[in-house]
Design a protein. Structure first.
Length: 528
């Protein structure tokens, strides 16, 4: 099968190596996404023929997405000044305009934030109806996120900055509801600029429709796995396809480098008039997993979808046969019943989030979609349900959202940096009269590795499974060692002070056992 002109394929997919949220305190990130994986950009006019006819190249990464977004910010400020008597908008207002006007890509809140930057819509929002050349576009914001962050980081800020955390408020389009215990509620009111009545509002999250899997063997350089478009459920809004293979097939144990790679891409195999097919998305981590995600997949395929698997050996020759598994997960948009109030009024939207009494600890999230006059703004929402008593915590029932608290998905990359991998965070509220904290983390696959870290109320790292001996090698590589000698890690801290602690987990190796993806783990907390 001939592959050509792949740049004419799909776009607006968030690539697997784009940074995901939540942050270590559970805040939604990113705020927005932008073009950067990869696209055409200009370069020096003397390039190529010397007359500018080939003065372009393929460019990408944050080195592209960041300056593209900075250019959008400059245009927002320019339009705001032109329509507001020369006044310059505050930085947080610029950020709110940028996020409120972004395009929804049909990804979850920890992957796309409010969506992909739309410069035209952002400039229209900045004009606030004062520029006849532009449509009227609303934007919205709330101080709730910064207020939650201040409450958690106040002690750390004061200690490290030698000054109290600023009392001034800052607004954002996202809503980090902070730490909310089971059965409790929290509320906020969003100010809405340039929108009258009626404002439409709904809360939703992505929930699992179904999961399927199939096993194959890579016995040539390229292996194609076709799956019928009809296998995608009709209400699918988000599709994840993950390739998994065994760590024993991946690693060269003597040099602790990769031995074999299986790199995956998704294609639409419908031939165009030139006899070419289109690549939808691709992943290229040096890892035992390769996760491919497609938003609104039914709209992206004209023909039969296919996963293209490329086998690569570190020394130029890969193993003749490498078994692998493909896991297909399909998600729909479902009403998020944790949002128990959505009350629009003239120029505002009041919302309440209530954590169910039986909620297990972890980070949860979804969206509030506000709409007016044909335009929409997405509010990414996250909330942290804390651990408040000692005990063993694990997945009590199947987790059905793209981000799960008691499962890890690998995502390590031996061609990148320390931060590569899958991360999880848990808030721990420690009462008075506790002296020692013990955290025991356990999983099943002996070739999986999950590091654990503990930070205290002032933000310092109090304990880590990487101390005193780190398993980190370089370039995203970790040795397969634990401080227990088995698939578990133990950490502890003494002289505990009352307050909020965070247990941060870092999944740096995944064994790739078939039928056991993703990897479950349990967390045991002792407070004495």
């Amino acid at each position: 099968m001939r592959i050509h002109n792949e740049v004419q394929g799909s776009y607006d997919e968030v690539v697997p190596w784009s940074a995901r949220g939540p942050t270590s305190i559970g805040e939604t990130k990113p705020d927005v996404v932008d073009v950067g994986a990869f696209g055409f950009t200009d370069q020096a006019t003397f390039t190529g023929y010397g007359n500018g006819t080939s003065a372009y190249t393929i460019f990408g990464g944050t080195s592209m997405a960041t300056p593209v977004t900075a250019g959008a910010v400059a245009l927002i400020i320019e339009e705001y000044r032109n329509t507001h008597g020369g006044a310059t908008p505050a930085p947080d207002i610029v950020k709110a305009i940028l996020a409120s006007s972004a395009d929804d890509l049909s990804y979850d809140q920890f992957t796309q934030g409010s969506g992909r930057v739309n410069v035209w819509e952002a400039i229209a929002a900045a004009a606030e109806g004062h520029d006849s050349r532009l449509p009227t576009r609303f934007y919205l914001y709330s101080p709730a996120s910064w207020d939650s962050v201040k409450g958690i980081l106040a002690n750390s800020w004061a200690l490290n900055m030698r000054a109290p955390i600023p009392a001034t408020s800052a607004v954002a389009t996202n809503w980090y509801a902070g730490i909310v215990t089971p059965g409790a509620s929290t509320s906020t009111t969003f100010d809405i600029q340039q929108a009258g009545q009626p404002i439409g509002a709904q809360a939703y999250q992505y929930t699992l429709i179904s999961t399927t899997s199939s096993r194959h063997t890579a016995n040539s350089t390229v292996t194609w796995v076709y799956f019928p478009k009809s296998s995608i459920p009709s209400d699918t809004a988000l599709m994840k396809v993950t390739l998994v293979f065994h760590f024993a097939d991946f690693v060269n144990a003597s040099s602790w480098d990769y031995r074999n790679l299986l790199l995956a891409q998704i294609y639409d195999t419908q031939f165009d008039s030139a006899g070419d097919i289109s690549r939808i998305t691709n992943g290229a981590p040096y890892s035992t997993t390769s996760e491919l995600v497609v938003g609104n997949p039914l709209a992206k395929f004209s023909g039969t979808p296919a996963v293209r698997v490329v086998k690569q050996g570190n020394t130029g020759k890969a193993s003749p046969e490498i078994p692998f598994e493909l896991i297909f997960r399909f998600y729909r948009r479902s009403t998020w019943d944790w949002i128990t109030q959505l009350t629009p009024s003239n120029g505002s939207l009041t919302t309440t989030l209530t954590v169910p009494a039986n909620a297990t600890p972890g980070v949860y999230g979804g969206f509030i979609a506000a709409s007016y006059n044909g335009s929409e703004a997405l509010v990414p929402v996250s909330v942290v349900v804390p651990i408040t008593v000692a005990g063993t915590y694990e997945m009590s029932s199947p987790e059905i959202t793209p981000y799960t608290n008691f499962e890890v998905y690998g995502a390590f990359d031996w061609s990148w940096r320390y931060e590569a991998g899958d991360w999880r965070t848990f808030a721990l509220i420690v009462p008075a009269n506790v002296n020692e904290l013990k955290i025991h983390l356990a999983w099943t696959d002996t070739q999986t590795l999950i590091q654990e870290h503990l930070t205290g109320p002032v933000g310092y790292l109090l304990a880590s499974s990487e101390y005193p001996t780190s398993a980190y090698v370089s370039d995203g590589k970790f040795k397969d060692v634990t401080n227990t000698g088995g698939p578990a890690e133990d950490i502890s801290a003494f002289n505990a002070q009352p307050g909020v602690y965070f247990i941060v987990l870092h999944n740096v190796l995944l064994g790739g056992s078939f039928g056991a993806y993703p990897e479950n783990y349990t967390l045991n907390v002792e407070m004495t």
